[in-house]
Ligand binder design. Structure first.
Ligand code: NAD
Length: 478
């Protein structure tokens, strides 16, 4: 099965080929190599829901790639293109991603073949609850065994329905809410989860720009400010990444590519404004402050400094890889570059920050949410005021000393405000996410620069991840 009609390997085969490039540089026994590569199981379910006076049948999947750690973790996608090959590829990527950013999970993924835009909210709720029921009764949704999260086409709303469905079916499970992450904060979620994947892209990019040697490999200098960035997909991931990079770091979003075309403005697009337009009209067409281009995918080939594919897989393929002008690609989506395209890009010197790292912010904050649910207390609740009281003591003592000794200096109001503020949940989530993205990047670049034969960050990421999964299997005696 080809991922995009260019006669290329399927998405899952593409992930396996990338895995093979990495293990060729490692010293694993063939048996262990095979054990890590294969997908452990895929459950297919076909279920009926009575809607609009008829019985409608839906097909869904939940794939478990590796159970070297449990629970296994991975989003649930709603799209008409969902198929077993795609779900298995995404589950494999979850295994490697979790290992790379050190979240204690195996890899899983789910999907439902559905166009969510064709159904009303109450219909989607019925469908989601029925899908969840099928998975819950087989422990394929379970706080200790398998914990889904949002992916394309799903969000907080669907996760809240799933959590509620689980709790209806497991009324005495005190940890029931931990059966799924990405829930709204009022239903057991955590501050900062909705934005987490986009925020993670921002933190990853900031870390990349801290390393002159790495920037030089992409022919870039300076920091994010003023860099011309093209983003594909203005959904959860693309919107947040584009918003933070432009509003907080001074990046110029020179094009946004959506499913029905692209908007181009070399002076930089107002991301929030475009998002509001998209929300209001359901399309980017007709937006005033940009040039509309009908052929969206062609805009991937426009001149820019950074390209962020944040929609779907296989968008950079054998047919367009040679035309990509961006010297740096940040893979916010899963699998946006096919195996063949990856080779073409590598040979022409394009630097790729791989998906398993670039979009790991989501699973990182999902991990924090899961821990919060299991500990039944919001982060910061015990420490925040104690932290503030200690800081206040220090400030008051400094001010007293200054007055007593006639030193005449005083702390600026801005410093005082910031210093005195204890960390709330959002601040702690951001701190944990930032630390995770920095640490994981450093682990990858150490392998990239320090190990013979490692040509790019993707292979480095696979090597770090596979080594950790292998160590976990070995410690189990496998
Ligand atoms: P989403 O459904 O919120 O948004 C996807 C966006 O892409 C939508 O705006 C859609 O209109 C647009 N789109 C669809 N087809 C397109 C096309 N052909 N060209 C351009 N745009 C198109 O999905 P999301 O959650 O933002 O996920 C996007 C990608 O990020 C996926 O690959 C997903 O697996 C990955 N990802 C998501 C998360 C998460 O936390 N949501 C975490 C890690 C990785």
């Amino acid at each position: 099965m080809s991922v995009n009609g260019h006669g290329e390997p399927s998405f899952r085969q593409s992930v396996d080929l990338m895995f093979n490039r990495a293990v060729a540089l490692m010293d694993l026994s063939p048996g262990l190599e095979e054990k890590i590569r294969v997908c452990n199981s895929t459950y297919t379910v076909r279920f009926g829901v009575r809607l609009r006076g008829e019985l409608k049948t839906f097909t869904g999947y939940r794939s478990v790639h590796s159970e070297h750690m449990e629970p296994v973790k991975g989003g649930i996608r709603y799209a008409t293109s969902v198929n077993q090959d795609e779900v298995e590829a995404l589950a494999a990527l979850m295994t490697y991603k979790c290992a790379l950013v050190e979240t204690p999970f195996g890899g899983s993924k789910g999907g439902l073949c559905i166009d969510p835009r064709q159904w009303d909210e109450h219909e989607l709720e019925q469908i989601t609850r029925r899908f969840a029921y099928e998975l819950i009764k087989r422990d394929l949704i379970h706080p200790a065994q398998n914990v889904p999260a949002p992916d394309m086409g799903t969000g907080e709303r669907e996760m809240a329905w799933i959590a509620d469905q689980y709790m209806r079916m497991n009324t005495t499970d005190i940890n029931g809410r931990a059966c799924v992450t990405g829930k709204p904060p009022h239903a057991g979620g955590i501050q900062g989860r909705v934005e987490a994947t986009g925020r993670g892209v921002q933190y990853a990019m900031r870390e990349f720009f801290r390393h002159p040697e790495d920037k030089a490999k992409a022919g870039l200098t300076g920091d994010i400010e003023g860099k011309r960035i093209i983003v594909q997909g203005l959904g959860n991931v693309g919107y947040h990444a584009a918003k933070f990079l432009s509003e907080e770091d001074g990046g110029l979003i020179t094009a946004i590519i959506e499913h029905d075309g692209a908007l181009v403005n070399e002076k930089g697009l107002d991301v929030e404004d475009v998002r509001q337009w998209l929300k209001k009209t359901g399309s980017i067409k007709g937006y005033a402050n940009a040039t509309f281009v009908v052929d969206g995918p062609k805009v991937l080939e426009n001149d820019c400094d950074i390209l962020i594919p944040a929609a779907l897989e296989g968008v950079i393929h054998l047919g367009n890889a040679a035309n990509i002008k961006a010297p740096l690609i940040f893979e916010a989506a899963n699998g946006p570059v096919t195996f063949g395209a990856d080779e073409i890009l590598r040979n022409k010197g394009t630097l790729i920050v791989p998906d398993m790292y670039a979009n790991a912010g989501g699973v990182t904050v999902s991990y924090f949410e899961w821990v919060k649910n299991l500990s039944h207390i919001r982060f910061g609740r015990m420490q925040r005021r104690a932290e503030e009281a200690r800081s206040r003591l220090l400030v008051e003592e400094l001010e007293r000393l200054s007055a007593d000794q006639g030193l005449g200096w005083s702390l600026t109001p801005d410093f005082k405000k910031e210093f005195l503020e204890g960390s709330d949940e959002l601040a702690l989530v951001r701190s944990g996410l930032d630390d995770t993205m920095r640490t994981a990047y450093q682990a990858m670049r150490e392998v990239w620069h320090g190990r013979n034969g490692v040509e790019d960050l993707r292979v480095a990421a696979y090597i770090v991840a596979i080594s950790r999964v292998a160590a976990s299997y070995k410690s189990k005696g496998l």
